[in-house]
Write a protein that binds this ligand. Structure first.
Ligand code: OGA
Ligand code: NI
Length: 376
């Protein structure tokens, strides 16, 4: 049996390990993982060590290269009813079987996608004194950056820093945002809101509902952008860029660069999500699984650490954020999707309860929907 921490126990006397203190010191640096790399780190600090299973579970991606998440072409969307029906069918199949798909020929220009990746990189690579001003764990701040939003809860930190922006329903004053990336984030967010509308219409149709059903439930109302920066990792087999998790919101639109490392858990194995130029990755979140009464699946995914980094990605999460989560809205399985054969699997939850739960749990690998499942 391999020892904990991949045989790294020889270097660390665990009796002297005060994790809390090391986590705090890392947090206090306000420099993130990028700061460690800039400081010339060649071995992972203990707080980033995941157990040996990281390396063991990795190999699947090398064996299984043929399977991949479905690719859906939006080219024919506005052209004819037949082509639209085809797209709706493709989406239905993807959401039921994979919980993930890639979209090509959506309306977000490549130049905007390239620029958003570039400027998120600029944010993370700017002068660290300027960047530090934005370092915060205050969930009421609308523009901030930190490393590992769940740093103080998790057992193993991830090799990643993130800049985030609450876009909707109430965006911050642009003056609260970092200059290096604000213009493109605002522009990109406008495109994402439009694409989100289209996607929620298509998802409604795929569920056999009225075109506006999901939008009327305010699924498209809350949007948060997360600009991830996965620095080059000196020991990528000992940690992860992002631990296995499901997304908490309704839907996520992900833009990734060409570095790679994103994997989805499908039929008991991890599959790579290859970089497809110009494509956006779309995935179902836990709250969508809940309101669709398990028709659409919220699937575990993760990001491997890489020694070919940095890797940059921008996740657009349709989700209720903390401030806006205190309204009285209730979410439960959509009535039109229930029948005798398909009784409700979940109980209703209020926005406030849901958002509080989401922020408290961190990336512990469990699905939110499990928490709201009705007892059989
Ligand atoms: C996320 C996520 C994947 C990536 O932000 O929830 O899964 O490639 N991101 O960064
Ligand atoms: Ni995710």
């Amino acid at each position: 049996m391999i020892g904990l921490n991949n045989g790294r126990t020889e270097q660390y006397d665990s009796s002297e390990y005060d994790r809390e203190r090391e986590v705090q010191a890392f947090d206090d640096s306000k420099a993130g993982v990028k700061g460690l790399v800039d400081g010339g780190v060649t071995r992972l600090p203990r707080i980033f060590l995941h157990n040996q299973y990281v390396a063991e579970m990795k190999s699947d991606s090398e064996i299984v290269t043929k399977f991949s998440i479905p690719v859906i072409d939006f080219e024919g969307l506005g052209k004819s009813a037949v082509q639209r029906a085809d797209i709706v069918r493709g989406i239905k199949n993807a959401c039921e079987k994979w919980g993930f798909f890639q979209v090509v020929h959506h309306e977000i220009p490549s130049i905007v996608m390239e620029k958003v990746i570039e400027d998120v990189r600029h944010f993370h690579e700017q002068d660290s004194e300027v960047k530090k001003e934005f370092y915060s764990r205050d969930v009421t701040r609308k523009f901030s950056y930190n490393s590992n939003f769940d740093l103080h809860k998790t057992r193993a930190a991830n090799w990643r820093d993130t800049v985030s922006l609450v876009v909707a329903p109430n965006p911050p004053d642009p003056r609260e945002m970092a200059e290096v990336c604000r213009d493109v984030l605002i522009k990109y967010a406008e495109y994402v809101m439009k694409l989100g509308d289209t996607l929620f219409e298509l998802l409604s149709e795929a569920l056999g509902l009225n075109l506006n059903h999901l939008k009327d439930m305010e699924c498209a109302k809350g949007l948060v952008l997360a600009g991830h920066y996965y620095p080059t990792c000196p020991e990528p087999d000992l940690t992860l860029g992002l631990s296995s998790h499901t997304d908490g919101g309704f839907l996520t639109i992900l833009l990734q660069d060409q570095v790679g490392g994103l994997q989805v858990f499908h039929e008991n194995r991890w599959l790579d999500v290859p970089f497809l130029p110009g494509a956006l990755i779309v995935n179902i979140g836990d709250l969508m699984q809940l309101i669709t009464n398990d028709k659409f699946k919220s699937i575990h995914h993760r990001v491997l650490a890489t020694n070919a980094g940095p890797r940059i990605s921008v996740a657009s999460l349709f989700i209720m954020n903390f401030q806006e989560g205190s309204g009285s809205g209730l979410y439960g399985p959509i009535k039109e999707l229930l029948s005798e054969e398909s009784p409700p699997v979940y109980r209703e939850t209020s926005r406030k309860e849901y958002v509080t739960y989401l922020y408290c749990k961190g990336l512990d690998g469990t699905s939110l929907s499990t928490h709201f499942k009705l007892q059989k």
